[in-house]
Design a protein around this ligand. Structure first.
Ligand SMILES: Nc1ncnc2c1ncn2[C@@H]1O[C@H](COP(=O)(O)OP(=O)(O)O)[C@@H](O)[C@H]1O
Ligand SMILES: [Mg+2]
Length: 314
């Protein structure tokens, strides 16, 4: 796999705020990559630097096969977090206008605009005013605009975050189509969106990369056995659970070799176990001995969601 984009030591500060703090990653040609992180993580700042709209404080962004002095925007299609449209323009007028801004001649811009509007499912709405478009239609028009000059890399900032469920579905499906022919990098604060579309994820938090790699690889290496249980809101049960959590916290494995981690939230206890069989039978015995009023017990594996929450909470 060849590398399309390589980012090294990329930083950006705004006054005393360090929005992006020396991040390193690369994007392979043909991959779909999610830049995943909570609000304020530094996603928009990173993406605006990649799109050539914001100057890094330090670090380098290298696009394969492009000389230092070339305009990086030729090879990139960019869809901002909240694209602004002229509501009085029609979709077609806007797409032609975007094509001309990218340097296409009038005829070429018209042809390409028509083609892309059809690809994004706006053929029938092409001559209607954008002011009457739904959120999903506007975002699809934004995608037509971003792709009008056939870029190698499509960069999108939270492309589905502001949409209602129908619009979200429309745009996710469209991205799924587009990623077959274009390398894609998009930001999101929703793990589910990343899981649905991407091969690679980069988790960013407070300007730093917390974790990066292929979705598959990360899923496999962080899959840990867990037991979750729910109790009735009962004083004795809750004391039992608190003591269990305290024994894990105190010993970190010493006094409680079966449990690696324990977390109590209301009446829900969540245990990260070292060895499932032994931990489960030990736990069940303890539940009986202490007359814990159990509502539910579930043994399984931690999910990417658990990992994401853990990484982001730090
Ligand atoms: N133009 C700016 N001026 C000052 N601070 C900014 C500016 N842009 C972003 N920030 C700060 O940088 C941090 C990262 O912001 P941002 O990149 O927008 O995060 P995200 O897109 O992940 O929500 C935040 O603390 C934000 O307040
Ligand atoms: Mg943002």
């Amino acid at each position: 796999m060849s590398t399309l984009l390589e980012v090294s030591g990329l930083s950006r500060s705004f006054g005393s705020v360090q929005a992006v703090n020396g991040i390193e990653f690369s994007v392979g040609e043909g991959r779909c990559v999610a830049l995943l992180g909570p609000n304020g993580a530094g996603k928009t700042t990173t993406i605006r630097m990649l799109a050539g709209l914001l100057k890094p404080t330090s670090g380098a962004i290298k696009y394969a096969g492009q000389s230092e002095r070339a305009d990086v925007r030729e090879g990139i299609g960019y869809l901002p977090q909240s694209p602004a449209f002229y509501p009085w323009m029609t979709g077609l007028e806007f797409a032609v206008y975007a094509g001309k801004l990218c340097g296409l001649g009038g005829r070429e811009a018209g042809r390409s605009a028509g083609e892309w509007l059809e690809r994004v499912g706006l053929k029938d709405a092409a001559k209607r005013k954008i002011g009457g478009y739904s959120g999903g239609m506007k975002q699809r028009l934004g995608l037509a605009q971003a792709l009008i000059h056939r870029p190698k890399l499509l960069i999108m900032d939270e492309p589905v975050s502001a949409l209602d469920p129908v619009g979200r579905r429309e745009v996710l499906e469209l991205i799924r189509e587009l990623k077959r022919e274009t390398t894609v990098l998009f930001s999101t604060h929703v793990l589910h969106d990343a899981e649905e579309l991407c091969e690679d994820i980069i988790i960013i938090n407070k300007g730093d990369i917390a974790l990066q790699g292929s979705l598959e690889g990360i899923r496999n290496s962080y899959r840990k056995p867990i037991i979750e249980l729910t109790m009735e809101p009962d004083e004795g049960s809750s004391r039992w659970a608190r003591e269990l959590v305290a024994s894990v916290a105190a010993g970190q494995g010493g006094s409680n070799p079966l449990l690696a981690d324990a977390m109590l939230q209301g009446n829900e206890l969540r245990l990260s176990v070292r060895e499932m069989e032994e931990a489960r039978s030990h736990l069940l015995r303890s539940i009986v001995d202490n007359e814990v009023k159990l509502v539910r017990l579930q043994a399984g594996y931690s999910t990417l969601e658990d990992l994401f929450m853990k990484v982001v909470r730090i």
